[in-house]
Design a binder for this molecule. Structure first.
Ligand code: 13P
Ligand code: ZN
Ligand code: NA
Length: 283
């Protein structure tokens, strides 16, 4: 069965590695990250955005993720990424999601506390992990668009209060990363990560994983980031492999002929990211 990510991420935080969390959009992408985890004996978080939940259906996604967990015997959690929609979040928990992110970071602090607490009430009863965001991660993720100028770093004291008031299991503090590929290098505030981690033992979540240079990922993980989200780079790897097939053979009409290389490309990239996270062999 799928497991909650709470224990998995607490263990990761304690042992200074991160679990890679991959946003998937198709069955092949899901299978690719599962194969990567199986080959490397890594714990795994499979994630879907609200847009993908609407596209595929939470029950289809949960069914495929459950098959993955049961077939491999690996610790696998299924997470709902950046959800702002309470009824959809409840629907995902009912469908079998074992972790959810309530993203109320666009609201004022008190409203974020209230919305997160409301989700905690129902999730805790279901044994489901809850992630919340403080500050604002910049860039574009699904339907959530945050202009660079509106991105806001999380305040360490606010993080401490937030965790105490909501009891949230995992926290995504904005520390300078952004969704999508960076123009140049990201401007990560490592001192801030260290400060937040010194105040709270809660596993921290690194959003905007695509495009962060390897040494910076490792540094962020060593400071307390226990989960790294990767979305854009996986989509690019998947799509580029398909484009390559059609560039060579525009008449191709057997989906397996382009899905197999696309799946392989995602699997390769997933293993690279798992290496950076340090989660290989931790299953
Ligand atoms: P990237 O698209 O930069 O990998 O960000 C992923 C993410 O944070 C998903 O929540
Ligand atoms: Zn994110
Ligand atoms: Na990014």
């Amino acid at each position: 069965p799928l497991i909650s990510s709470t224990q998995m991420l607490q263990t990761a935080r304690k042992n200074k590695y991160a679990v890679a969390a991959f946003n998937v959009h198709t069955l092949e992408m899901l299978q690719a990250v599962v194969e990567a985890a199986e080959e490397t004996q890594s714990p795994l978080i499979i994630q879907s955005t609200v847009g993908t939940v609407k596209h595929l259906g939470p029950d289809y996604i949960a069914a495929a993720a459950t098959v993955a967990a049961n077939r491999t015997g690996l610790p696998i959690a299924l997470h709902l990424d950046h959800c702002t929609d309470f009824p959809l979040l409840v629907q995902c928990i009912r469908a079998g999601y074992t972790s959810v992110m309530i993203d109320a970071s666009m609201h004022p602090y008190e409203e974020n506390v209230a919305r997160t607490s409301k989700v905690m009430e129902i999730a805790a009863a279901a044994g489901v992990n809850v992630e919340a965001e403080l500050g604002k991660v910049g860039g574009v993720e699904d339907d959530i668009v945050v202009d660079e100028r509106d991105a806001l770093l999380a305040d360490p004291q606010e993080c401490l209060q937030f965790v105490e008031r909501t009891g949230v299991n995992t926290l995504a503090p904005a520390i300078g990363t952004a969704h999508g590929i960076y123009k140049g290098d990201p401007n990560i505030d490592f001192a801030r990560i260290g400060e937040i981690a010194s105040l709270i033992g809660t596993p921290l979540v690194l959003h905007g994983g695509s495009g962060i240079p390897a040494d910076q990922v490792k540094r962020a993980v060593s400071l307390g980031m226990a989960k790294m989200n990767i979305a854009t780079e996986l989509r690019i790897a998947f799509s580029d492999a398909i484009k390559d097939v059609f560039a060579l053979n525009p008449e191709e009409n057997d989906p397996r002929k382009y899905m197999v290389p696309a799946k392989e490309a995602v699997k390769r990239l997933a293993i690279e990211k798992m290496q950076l996270c340090g989660c290989i062999g931790k299953a």
